[in-house]
Ligand binder design. Sequence first.
Ligand code: AMP
Length: 219
Amino acid sequence: MSQPTKLVLIGPPGVGKGTQAMLLETRLHAVPLSSGAIFRSEIEQGTELGLLAKDYIEKGQLVPDDVTIAMMSRRLRQDDVSQNGFILDGFPRTVKQAESLDTILLELGFPIDAVVQLIVEDEVVVERLAGRLTCPKCGATFHLKNCPPKVEGICDRCGTELMMRADDHPDAIRRRLVEFREKTAPVVGYYASRGILRPVDADRSPEEVYSEIVRGIRV
Ligand code: AMP
């Protein structure tokens, strides 16, 4: 059997990381790990971690590194990840997180195969996020105009009622873009210097972006 794939998806909010993680999961059978989705589930359950993260997330700010790293370190150590590999979506978002991820993976003995950098202009992101509808259960995303669900307000995949995320409003979107430029863009350089970065133009249909990713990572 071939080795499990270990991928990182990196790019600004709204670039399509979650959509690509779902498409890649079908092909690679690796575990999609979205730090944002884990935080939202903790908030929903009212846990201590959720309470801590809620304010940061609603304002569009990054949750502090120590909290995020501890949460992802726990998740990466679970058996399904070592058996099937992972598709990280939204982590790492700072150089400190990237360094910690290296340390964790060194301990676990499975290095990253490739880091896919999804690229779009800010205007595209703002347009996409402002009309985005998200399924709170399975994480699928739709768009009021560009990609409406078959039945209004209902997820095509699992039938759950769709919602708009609390951080998909103009102020939080702007803050998230600033956070991306200031804190996450340096992570791209961190991986480029190692020769594992695969830049992909993400201002295209999800299927076209997916095909280019698959070509770039040769899986
Ligand atoms: P996402 O679903 O990836 O857009 O993440 C939603 C929000 O969760 C972000 O705007 C941050 O507030 C928080 N978040 C997700 N991942 C991280 C991370 N790796 N580091 C810090 N905050 C994060």
